[in-house]
Structure formats: C-alpha cells, structure tokens
Ligand binder design. Structure first.
Ligand SMILES: [Fe+2]
Ligand SMILES: [Fe+2]
Length: 294
C-alpha cells in the first residue's frame, strides 16, 4: 500500500539542507507533501523539485513566504505575485502538483490531497483572522524590521483583496467549492491554521526532552514575536469546509503532531542547521514523516 509522507521548510540555501534532500531515500511507491519554504533561488528550487519528483511517485507543493522573496539582484519580477506565478510554472514543469488530487493507495483505497494557499494575517491588516498574541513587553511592536518578509516581499495593489492573506485565500475558491466525499481528505498549507499550535503542550515538551536532542539553554535566538507572522484563521475555516482528517503545515520550525477536535495537525519542518543543532527542531532524522496511514 502506498504511503503519504510530509515535510516542509527545506531551506536548501543551507548546503547541509540541500544534502539532506539529496540523501532522502527513494520511495517510488509513495507520495510526498512539501509544505513550502524551499528557497527563493529558482535554479536550486527547480533542482530540488526535480530530485524529489524522481524519488517519489508524486510530489504536492504549496509555496511558503521564502519561495516568493525577491532579492535586490533579481529584476525579472515586479512583485511577489509575479514570482509566485513563476514558482507555480516551475512546479508544472517538474511534474509537481499544486492542485487537489485523488490519489490511489491500494486497490480500494484512495485519499484526496488538497493544497490550501495561504499567507499570514497580521493584526494590522486583518486582526480578525490573525493569530497574533500581544507580547508582555513592547518589543514585538519594535521588531518588525527583523522579519525578512518586510524587506523581501513586494505586493501589487490588489483589486479584489484587502490583504495579502485574503489574496492567497481567494486562490482556493475553486478548491473549496469542490466535493471530496469519496475519500478522506489530507489538506496542507505553509502557514499555521490555529493559534494553539504555536506553543508546545506539556506532553510535547516531555516528548521533546525524551527523544529530542536536549535543547541548548545557552542558545538564545533573537527575541521576536513570531505570532504576528504565524498564520491565518481562514486556513482553519478551509480545513473544516474540506472535512480534512489530517492537516499538514510548516513555517514555525517547531514540529507538532497533535489531534484537535478530531483533526490531526502535523508540522515536520527541516528548519535551519542552527535550530537543529540547538535542539529547537528535532525528530526529522533523515526523512520526511509518514502521515498516512496512521
Ligand atoms: Fe521556514
Ligand atoms: Fe515560512
């Protein structure tokens, strides 16, 4: 029986991460969900998609924030929507799917793999859908300059959307109108659908200590309020509409596997070498994570 694997945040600009991808085992009978943040470098992006498309029966992808960054040296794109369009074209070229698809697992078993396009809602542009939690200090209002999207993404004036997150969500219109009653739904997005996934539960903390590399308490990443850029409640609306049984996401570089109200939420980010070295990202070993069957 074919299995479904998931991974995100490959960030292959790090040589070690690119090597990780090259070393991933070949699984010609299985499917891979790749939940965004591969790289903004389209040459390496293409190479990585080709490598993965050759290892798996089929790869499914949604873009993350890093995939639509525009460096000052790049003049091919006026804005990140143009880059997004190019990213989707590269996917097509590499035979990587960015659309919902019913896939066969065995003679009688199928699942629907459904991408949800998304962007985070900040409290400024869409407070109702934002996952933002005010920090105890006023630092988080001061540190917007630390968030690289604020420097490396450019957006046009949207005609039909009041925010970037609404623009991305509207890309799901057709997907959300379709019916998926014929097989279980596994959906995936790059960004977080719920605020409660941001923090670890006590159980996860215990697991982290038992199985993970012990967190290095001397390592202090830049203090930063991630919740402003974490995700969007609209993703959760989509998950409920689709009646997903499993939802895969990425972006937070702190992995989760948790059931909430009957839906299993899985985040399996590779993250960056420093985060792995210091025990912040753990449990990735040498492969994507099997999420179906479970
Ligand atoms: Fe990431
Ligand atoms: Fe991200």
């Amino acid at each position: 029986m074919a299995q479904i694997y998931a991974i995100s945040d490959l960030h292959v600009d790090y040589a070690e991460n690119l090597q990780f991808v090259r070393d991933m085992p070949e699984q010609k009978d299985d499917y891979l969900i790749l939940a965004g943040d591969v790289t903004d470098n389209q040459k390496i992006f293409t190479e990585v998609l080709q490598i993965l498309a050759n290892k798996y029966l089929k790869v499914f992808f949604v873009p993350g924030n890093h995939d639509v960054w525009i460096r000052s040296s790049e003049c091919a794109y006026n804005n990140s929507v143009e880059k997004l369009e190019r990213v989707l074209k590269i996917c097509k070229m590499c035979n990587v799917s960015t659309e919902p698809e019913k896939v066969k697992l065995s003679e009688n078993e199928y699942v629907n793999i459904v991408p949800i396009y998304s962007w985070y809602s900040t409290p400024e542009d869409d407070n109702r859908n934002s996952l933002y939690v005010r920090a105890k200090t006023r630092r988080d209002d001061d540190d917007k300059h630390l968030w690289m999207d604020n420097h490396l993404t450019k957006w046009p004036d949207f005609k039909d959307a009041r925010s970037v997150s609404e623009f991305f969500y509207k890309m799901n219109d057709k997907t959300l109108k379709a019916a998926y009653d014929d097989a279980p739904v596994i959906s995936f997005s790059h960004f977080l659908p719920r605020r409660d996934l941001i923090r670890m539960t006590t159980n996860e903390e215990d697991l982290w200590r038992m199985h993970g590399r012990q967190p290095n308490t001397d390592y202090k990443p830049t203090p930063f309020n991630f919740t402003r850029y974490a995700g969007c409640r609209r993703i959760e609306d989509a998950i409920r509409k689709l009646k997903s049984v499993v939802h895969i996401y990425g972006h937070q570089h702190r992995n989760r596997d948790r059931v909430i109200n009957g839906i299993r939420y899985v985040s399996h980010c590779l993250g960056n070498p420093k985060e792995r070295e210091n025990g912040l990202v753990w449990g990735v070993d040498n492969n994507a994570k099997c999420v179906w069957p479970f």
